[in-house]
Design a protein around this ligand. Sequence first.
Ligand code: UDX
Length: 443
Amino acid sequence: MNISVVGTGYVGLVTGVALSHIGHTVTCIDIDEMKVEKMRQGISPIFEPGLEELMVENTEAGRLFFTTDHLKGFSKAEVVYIAVGTPEKEDGSANLMYIEQVVKDIAAHVDHDLIVVVKSTVPVGTNHYVKELLDDQVREGVRIDVVSNPEFLREGSSVYDTFNGDRIVIGADHSEAADVIEEINKPFGVPVFKTDIKSAEMIKYASNAFLATKISFINEIANICGKLGADVESVANGMGMDKRIGSMFLNAGIGYGGSCFPKDTKALTQIAANIDHDFELLKSVIKVNNNQQAFMMNQAKERFGELAGKQAAVLGLAFKPNTDDMREAASIVLCEQLLNQGVAVKAYDPVAMDTARKVIPEDVQFVSSPEEALKEADFVFIVTEWQEIQEIPLASYIKWMKTPVLFDGRNCYALKEVRKHSIEYHSIGRQPVLNYEAVGNVK
Ligand code: UDX
């Protein structure tokens, strides 16, 4: 089929590239000329494993195009996917400004029947709103169907997820439109779940809210385990063997970040508030997450008392491994807090240094290796569990740091291993390893 995708952020670009890879002719439209030019040359604007290779392959095969020209982009389209951002407004609700602009562009340039697929995460009712706007604005005689097709891909593994997803949700008012979208997606071989539009919109929010709840839940359990002397990893393993609970998303840490969970959980509490429903559970999930981001800072204050004048290493800046995305990354809050306490900070990330520079306070010194960050440091915060960081030998901390005091926000090291080293190690929901004698300056 002939498909246009508007918006080449994570969702739009991956969707466009994947749809072209299964044989459709896809035109990706974006207003950013420089970005479009880069994508034409096969350069991905985001770091996403496997994406660039697929971009090049499908561009060369003549199935994938990039343009800033809406007229060109829409002229042959049978289906238009909307994948523009829905950023957070001050009150936590979703800003639909970019979606409204796409509606205007479609209305101005399309003179044939069309199915519009909304991929962006939008509040319940938005697809019907989009349909109303389009019906008002399109040329007479043009029939537009709107289909909700929320996206569940994870950053860092979005290409894999697109071809190996658990489900494709299709929400439509008319079964003919739903059938077309099902047919488009058939080559992915992913199970399809068809429902009404509002339920499809809600599935996205409810899924993200549920996953965020799972994380905040295990983080609360971790904090209790830490105080009681239990081990959260054992607890999570034991819980996860119950199929009703499941073992995934039970990794305790310093909370969730990224472009989805923080925004979508807030938006859902706002959606509920709009109909006078106080979503207390979800509000607690958000509160627990905010507290959790400060967990290592509290550990460090408790450990050292006074932090001013100390030197810290921060390892990992991206909100999670395999991405350069810094949105809502715990590292931002942690770096600010460290600087506020008078700590000198050296930070390292294998991939996200460029994006980090835009959002991390400039007093942080960016360095190009873990060794440089750790050299002469009084303590280290391990913030993102990149493989490269998990593979730093424990002996290196002893070799490079002034005092090998580790605060591991992602439980990267097995306690059994840590205990073999002359190291001081604090993690999440597990017993600290305090090799007093070797480290020497522990209170
Ligand atoms: C998430 C959803 O997984 C995806 O379905 C949705 O479409 C978009 O939001 P993403 O934000 O890319 O995807 O990342 P994900 O891998 O889900 O992790 C989100 C955050 O939760 C990260 O900060 C991660 O470190 C944290 N997390 C995840 C935990 O702290 N513990 C876990 O067990 C899992």
